[in-house]
Design a protein around this ligand. Structure first.
Ligand code: MG
Ligand code: MG
Length: 248
């Protein structure tokens, strides 16, 4: 079931989203070789709680930490732990915050120290793909226009897009209908409506599109071990420009 949000509800989601943006920005300042992903998790949780929000992912489907942190070939759902970041890694912070029952969800990829030009390119292309996807969130467009915008952009660079995961509706729950694919679809999907709020989150791989879950039952990794990048914003459909809810 698709739940369209009122203007007031979108304003509450924007407040949740603003805290997500602050948490990502503040946590990212601590990204450097030697820091553990668990330390980053705790920094993010402190920022979220200090803004009267709840870390949404803690306990969601049984997730053990506050945010998801995925490194290099890890695509999404990495569990923060004692792994230390190394020079040249790329690290993805995926943060959810709940404010007065409304959720914001956003992710970004960051270099650890100096990374290869190829790694930087992958991150730049993924961020741009997300923005192109969000730009499709307009009345008169269809859900799969978002996937087409993302897919047709990233394939020019020889990258691949993960078919098994994607974006989602968002509101009182982090995951609402519809599923938002990021890979080209054979149909156009549903027509977009005013008040729909969607998390657009391309996961773009340097090599194969194929991924699998490792033995921790959470972390999704690329089959070929090559790098993956992830960017995400939650955004709302209006009768004009889409509103990015997780911008600062
Ligand atoms: Mg997310
Ligand atoms: Mg999401």
């Amino acid at each position: 079931m698709i739940i369209c949000k009122t203007k007031n509800e979108i304003e509450l989601m924007r407040q949740a989203g603003r805290v997500v943006a602050i948490a990502i920005e503040e946590t990212s300042k601590h990204i450097k070789p030697g820091i553990t992903t668990l330390e980053l998790d705790e920094i993010a949780a402190d920022v979220i709680k200090s803004h009267d929000c709840i870390p949404t992912f803690k306990g969601q489907y049984g997730f053990p930490r506050n945010i998801c942190i995925s490194v290099n070939e890890e695509v999404v759902h990495g569990i923060p732990g004692h792994r230390k970041l190394k020079e040249g890694d790329i690290v993805k912070l995926d943060v959810g915050a709940t404010y007065k029952g409304w959720v914001g969800d956003s992710a970004a990829s960051f270099p650890v120290g100096k990374v290869t030009p190829e790694a930087q390119k992958l991150m730049d292309v993924t961020k741009q793909a997300m923005l192109l996807g969000i730009d499709q969130m307009r009345l008169g467009h269809y859900l799969h226009d978002i996937a087409e915008a993302i897919h047709s952009y990233i394939e020019q660079f020889g990258f691949s897009t993960v078919a098994d995961y994607g974006g989602h509706g968002i509101g009182r729950k982090n995951h609402e209908d519809p599923f938002v694919p990021q890979s080209r679809q054979k149909t156009r999907g549903m027509q977009l409506r005013k008040g729909m709020c969607l998390a657009i989150e391309p996961m773009i791989n340097m090599g194969t599109a194929k991924v699998h879950v490792i033995t921790d039952k959470w972390t999704v990794v690329t089959d070929d071990g090559k790098l993956s990048s992830h960017f995400e914003h939650s955004a709302a459909i209006t009768d004009g420009e889409p509103i990015i809810l997780t911008a600062r």
